[in-house]
Each structure stands twice: as structure tokens, then as C-alpha cells.
Design a protein. Structure first.
Length: 320
């Protein structure tokens, strides 16, 4: 948690409303909030009789905070939650049931983006499209359970950390991907169940979305270098898109052939953005006029992620 004063009340309410019948201990790592988040959270937990422990996370990095919570907790299942998200009353119970039925060391579900403002709703549509965001997953319209490379947030047996170690504290982002990759390499199972759902509130501006996806791209590179592998073709597609524009745009100034290639690429991209945007808007039953906004969110995703990866590789070449 870091400066989540606007969200801690709903977070405490969601945890208190869980229908899980076992004991629940809430351990929060605070990264030095200055907006009163800690006091508000403690008061909200007191009113709802939640067993709350607040730890200090002076580094402010997510990986450091997660590890502090893991070392402190002593439950049979460690469920990662985020103050910026919403959780249905059956969230903890479903995590526990799936972990019990599969025997997996890590289980998790899917992200269901829920925007409040006009722009957040557009980002939600883009995230759920195969053309766009990292939140999209195949074949989750109907209940499905399968082994997965990564899960959002996730619920972990303590043995997972005994076998694979803790989250990599050298990573600001993508510590989830790196940890689940290491977990699977240690012989553990990671299971995704689409009935486990996290309601996520997207960023509320182009600048905030750009910064978020730039960070995703930037910190994808250290994970690739650490394991000397590409996690998926989707993860490098934005880099190829940005790279192609970096070549075609200056070349188009010199030769007509490159202008044609650039025009074809941009036309195909714009067409794809509007077609996939329209499909996502229709699927989520949003107003048709939202399509144009969704179509502008896609290039924000892709350019930010691709530029972030370029910056990541340049930083790696400089030995950082």
C-alpha cells in the first residue's frame, strides 16, 4: 500500500465481507503513505474487527513489501491482495477451494477491469481485448481451470516460497512473472481458475496509462535477461511495432516505397484498433461512442510498452 486513502475503506469492507469460514489475518506493507492511509485502514479494520498488522516498507518497492508480508504471515494460504482492486465475497473461499482441489502451490484468477469514469471504462475495454492489454486471457468466458504461466496477484502455499524463494527484490515491476516462472521451474504447479476474479480499477489518464505500460516494458527486459528467454510472442509484439515505426518513419522521408509501407502499416493498425475496440465495447455493452476512445488507448498501451522495452535494452547494454 502507498497513498491509498481513497480505497482503504472499500478494501477493508471487501475483506470483512468474505464468506470464508476459516481465520483470516490481514498483513499490510505500507510504503510510507503520507495521505493518512494507515490511520484510515486501522480505523476501518477496527470497526470491522479485522486482525490487522501494518508493516513498514521503506523501499516502497512492491517486491520488498510482499516479502515482508510473507515472512510475517503464518497462514496455510497466503493470498496477495491490492488496495486498488475490489474482491467479491467468495474470493478467499474460491482461492482456498482451488488450492485444495488441485494441490497447486499457486492459484489465481482473471482480472475484470471496472472503470468508473469515461476514460477508465475505455481502458477497461482495451484491457479485455486480444489486441490490447495485458489483462486479456483466452477462453475465460466460461468457467475454466488450467495450468498457467502466471496468475494475477495469486494465492500461495507457504511451501511455494520454501521451494522457489521469495520475490526478486531487484525488480520494480514484473516480479509476478519472474516468481511464477521460477516457481514452475522448481516443479510447482501454477493454476488459473476463471471463477476467481479480481475487479481492477484502471488508470484514469493517458499519462498514467503510458507510465504504467512503460514500466511493464522496461522491467520485462531484466526478466528476459535473467532466464535468457522470451516469455511470449505477445510480450515482444509492441517492441517490434515501435521498432518498425522507428525504421519506416525516417525512411519514408527518403523514398516513396517506404511511405507506402508506412501507410499500409498504419492503416492496418488503425483498422485493427477500431475493429477490436468495437468488439470489446459491444461485448461489455458500453455506448458506441466509446469506440473512438478505446481506439486511442491501444496505441498508448503499445507505444509505452515498446518504448519501455527499448529503454530496458539500452539500460542493459550500459550495464545497469
Amino acid at each position: 500500500m502507498l497513498n491509498e486513502a481513497d480505497y482503504v475503506e472499500q478494501f477493508a469492507g471487501d475483506v470483512a465481507a468474505q464468506d470464508f469460514e476459516g481465520d483470516v489475518e490481514v498483513v499490510v506493507a505500507d510504503g510510507g503513505s503520507t495521505d493518512g492511509s494507515v490511520d484510515r485502514l486501522r480505523e476501518a479494520a477496527r470497526r470491522r474487527k479485522l486482525a490487522l498488522t501494518v508493516l513498514q516498507n521503506p523501499s516502497r518497492w512492491v517486491s520488498h513489501g510482499l516479502n515482508a508480508c510473507i515472512r510475517h504471515a503464518d497462514g496455510d494460504l497466503l493470498v496477495r491482495l491490492d488496495c486498488h482492486s475490489r474482491y467479491a465475497a467468495d474470493y478467499l473461499r474460491r482461492c482456498a477451494v482451488v488450492a485444495e482441489e488441485t494441490g497447486a502451490e499457486a492459484v489465481g484468477g482473471i482480472v475484470v477491469p471496472r472503470g468508473r469514469t469515461w476514460f477508465e471504462r475505455a481502458v477497461s475495454c482495451a484491457m479485455e481485448s486480444p489486441f490490447g492489454g495485458i489483462g486479456w486471457m483466452r477462453d475465460t468466458a466460461t468457467p475454466t481451470r488450467r495450468d498457467s504461466d502466471v496468475v494475477t496477484y495469486g494465492a500461495f502455499r507457504p511451501e511455494a516460497f520454501e521451494r522457489a524463494g521469495f520475490f526478486d527484490e531487484s525488480l520494480v515491476r514484473n516480479q509476478d512473472d519472474e516468481f511464477t516462472l521460477r516457481l514452475r521451474r522448481s516443479g510447482c504447479r501454477v493454476v488459473l481458475d476463471s471463477t476467481i476474479q479480481v475487479q481492477y480499477t484502471p488508470r484514469g489518464s493517458y499519462a498514467a496509462v503510458f507510465d504504467q505500460y512503460f514500466q511493464y516494458g522496461l522491467w520485462k527486459v531484466p526478466v528476459m535477461l535473467k532466464y535468457r528467454r522470451i516469455s511470449s510472442a505477445r510480450s515482444v509484439a509492441p517492441l517490434l511495432f515501435v521498432g518498425s515505426l522507428g525504421v519506416l518513419v525516417p525512411s519514408a522521408l527518403l523514398h516513396r516505397r517506404f511511405r507506402r509501407l508506412l501507410s499500409l502499416e498504419l492503416a492496418a493498425y488503425v483498422a485493427g484498433a477500431f475493429v477490436f475496440g468495437a468488439a470489446s465495447v459491444r461485448r461489455r455493452q458500453e455506448p458506441v461512442r466509446l469506440i473512438s476512445v478505446v481506439a486511442t488507448v491501444f496505441p498508448t498501451f503499445h507505444s509505452a510498452y515498446g518504448i519501455g522495452m527499448v529503454a530496458g535494452w539500452l539500460r542493459a547494454l550500459r550495464g545497469r
